[in-house]
Design a binder for this molecule. Structure first.
Ligand SMILES: [Zn+2]
Length: 328
């Protein structure tokens, strides 16, 4: 028991997303003993969001029947470019007004414990690395396919965030020079080709052009409430149109994987995020085959391509891992 007895023994991991905030309280052993969830409401401004993050942390601590005095620190993943040392969110594209926000300072004031801020996909990569890979490979690339596509690099067992803390922006590697426009301003980014947003756009455009799909029977012509899980249902009911679009997205994920394996030759490529969670059974074989086709001869030898089972809790787990490491 080297731990200082005056310091709390629990840690809190937070996943701050564009639409929701998740928080989880973890014991030393990384067991989650209480969680909370709040909508982000980023349209109400930065201050309100910071307040909601603090409330979400307090809710999870309360849920675990603890008080903030028993918490040693909080690790939080934010959706954008983060300066880890300063604890600021430099820019978050999906959150209104998030430019140079001193999140660490503001949350430490609100919560009274040390707070550590990282990029959300970096943190999720750390989460799956620690919680899911029991063999602890030296290197792992995390690819998270959801609303956008993010990534994280674990090299020699440590998160690699690069010279200016911007490494791992896997979603913005350009795969098609004259491809669809991306949120970042470029054309043909991986994210613009294979994210949930890209897949949904292709489906909606196809429906507009008169393509037949079970999805319109399930959800109506507007497809307003379309979710990743609906794609799985449609494919399992034999919908060739949806299957074709999902397959092309899987090919792009495979090509991106091949590029990353060529550059980094990691032991493990871990695929996560909402799209993978819903469609792993449909996509994994295409991803693996395509990655093998496109990688340099020999580069894929022994490399494992896996789909994460952590789902939504990758972010809070990674936040807790980070806070645990930083408060030790
Ligand atoms: Zn982009």
């Amino acid at each position: 028991m080297a731990e200082n007895s005056t310091k709390g023994e629990y840690i809190v991991g937070v996943d701050l997303g564009g639409t929701k905030i998740l928080s989880g309280v973890f014991k030393n052993s990384m067991d989650c003993i209480g969680t909370a969830k709040l909508s982000t409401k980023s349209q109400r401004g930065v201050e309100e969001v910071v307040e909601r993050v603090a409330r979400c942390v307090n809710d999870a601590v309360d849920e675990a029947d603890l008080t903030m005095k028993q918490v040693a620190g909080v690790g939080i993943g934010a959706p954008g470019a983060v300066d880890f040392d300063a604890g600021t969110v430099i820019f978050a594209p999906n959150m209104e007004g998030w430019k140079d926000v001193p999140l660490k300072k503001q949350l430490e004031k609100a919560l009274g414990v040390p707070v550590f801020v990282e990029n959300d996909c970096n943190i999720a990569s750390l989460g799956v690395y620690v919680a899911e890979l029991k063999s602890k490979p030296r290197s792992m690339v995390g690819i998270f396919v959801g609303t956008g596509i993010g990534g994280g690099l674990v090299i020699n067992g440590e998160l690699y965030s690069g010279f200016g803390h911007t490494a791992g922006e896997i979603g913005h590697m350009v795969l098609e020079i004259s491809g669809p426009k991306c949120g970042c301003g470029n054309k043909g980014c991986f994210e613009a080709l294979a994210s949930r947003t890209a897949i949904f756009q292709q489906i909606k455009a196809g429906v507009k052009d008169g393509q037949k799909t079970i999805l319109t029977e399930m959800l109506g012509d507007g497809l307003e409430d379309l979710r990743s899980g609906d794609l799985r249902k449609a494919i399992r009911r034999g919908d060739k149109f949806v299957e074709g679009i999902v397959e092309v997205a899987a090919e792009y994920i495979g090509i991106a994987t091949a590029n990353l394996v060529n550059i980094l030759n990691p032991e493990v490529v871990m695929l996560g995020g909402g799209v993978m969670e819903a469609l792993a059974d449909e996509m994994m074989s295409v991803i693996v085959e395509t990655a093998k086709d496109y990688a340099m001869p020999g580069a894929m030898r022994g490399v494992e391509i896996l789909s994460s089972k952590l789902g939504d809790s990758a972010g809070i787990t990674g936040g807790a891992v980070l806070a645990r490491r930083e408060t030790k």
